[in-house]
Design a protein around this ligand. Structure first.
Ligand code: SF4
Length: 368
């Protein structure tokens, strides 16, 4: 069953670093979920799941139990079965609809797929991170891009809904290789994608490289630009991007845990804003006589994206065009996928935000 149109309520079970063959250079799951958290076990997840289900609203029509924060298919087979069997009973009771988990591409093989096929697993997220072997090697991933391609093909053969996680700014990565990664991931036709900027987490192997001056993270502006570039690529392939930036529910305490790197709580918003700025720039290029006072009309939902963080887009448009003012007007009658540029009386040009952006927004809400 394709479930991309539904809005799942996610019941997260964090299994930090469980099943990981080693520590990837950028990772410290403990900093994300906090130290000294008791590890879930097959025996304890039932209570945890039912406690979490109490927060479900009647508007949530679809619920999944999600095993995150580790390498699910890297767990001992007996443990995979124990977790899945416990979760499956809750599915069988009709209290949730399915199961999802994240795993490494190199754990998706015929033996693990055989093991899980009898359980109601709907969605599998692959930590692909990069499609450049050089970047993967320098990040100590221990798998190649070919492993990711093979994993996706195997999962597609079993009709799982597939999510792919990619990272930007890993060691050895630059704008060009990030674009290549996004293009290669798009070719794989995943059902959705998540984009994460690489930040230097305390007590991660990357932190040591950073302290020794061996790794320098990309700047926030570079990361936003790389993420926008990836977003445009995925959108052009009609692939929903369900998350840009760290997961809000698992966001580390930035002041303590992020030592360096392009961390910003509004990272995703900045990426959309840059995309909107590009769109408005192209619209203005198509106008012969640029007005002195530019009015951007959009649906209220898009006002903040058009303005940019701290009105950065307004300043950028004024700097580029030399106009006297740019104002953004919210118009509830407008469709959410349209931007119009006006002078004081007339609409000069209108443009559509690609339809997938709406799909992205829908998923964005779904998977928070
Ligand atoms: S990135 Fe994934 S596989 Fe690597 S250490 Fe973190 S949880 Fe484990």
């Amino acid at each position: 069953m394709k479930i991309s149109g539904l809005k799942p309520f996610i019941v997260p079970i964090f299994i930090p670093h469980r099943g990981c063959p080693h520590r990837c250079i950028f990772c410290n799951q403990n900093s994300i979920i906090g130290p000294n958290q008791p590890l879930p076990t097959p025996e304890t997840i039932r209570d945890q799941i039912y406690e979490f289900l109490a927060y479900r609203k009647s508007s949530h029509t679809y619920t999944q139990i999600a095993f995150y924060g580790g390498n699910f298919l890297g767990l001992p087979h007996s443990e995979i079965e124990a977790f899945l069997s416990e979760a499956s009973q809750i599915v069988a009771a009709g209290d949730v609809d399915g199961i999802r988990f994240s795993t490494r591409p190199d754990t998706v093989c015929s033996s693990t797929l055989n093991l899980i096929k009898k359980y109601p697993i709907k969605t599998i997220e692959l930590g692909v991170q990069s499609m450049e072997d050089n970047v993967l090697a320098r990040s100590h991933r221990g798998h190649t891009a070919a492993d990711a391609i093979q994993a996706v093909a195997r999962l597609q053969a079993h009709s799982y809904q597939i999510g792919i996680q990619m990272m930007l700014g890993l060691p050895g990565e630059h704008k060009r290789s990030a674009e290549t990664t996004a293009r290669k991931i798009a070719v794989l036709k995943p059902d959705f994608v998540r984009i994460y900027p690489t930040v230097v987490l305390a007590n991660s192997p990357l932190a040591q490289l950073y302290k020794n001056g061996i790794y320098q993270p990309v700047t926030l502006a570079e990361a936003v630009n790389m993420a926008k570039q990836a977003l445009v690529i995925f959108t052009s392939h009609a692939i929903p991007v369900v998350r840009i930036g760290l997961q809000s529910s698992t966001e580390p305490d930035a002041t303590n845990q992020v030592l360096a790197g392009p961390y910003h709580p509004a990272f995703g918003h900045m990426v959309y804003s840059e995309w909107y700025l590009d769109t408005i720039g192209e619209m203005l290029n198509s106008v012969d006589h640029k007005p002195l006072n530019i009015i951007c009309k959009v649906h209220p939902a898009n006002v903040s994206k058009v303005k940019g963080l701290k009105n950065a887009n307004i300043s950028a448009i004024i700097a580029r065009t030399g106009c006297a003012s740019v104002s953004v007007k919210a118009d509830t009658r407008m469709r959410t996928n349209v931007i119009e540029l006006w002078d004081s009386h007339h609409c000069l040009v209108s443009a559509k935000i690609p339809a997938t952006a709406m799909l992205m927004k829908k998923h964005h809400q779904v998977h928070q």
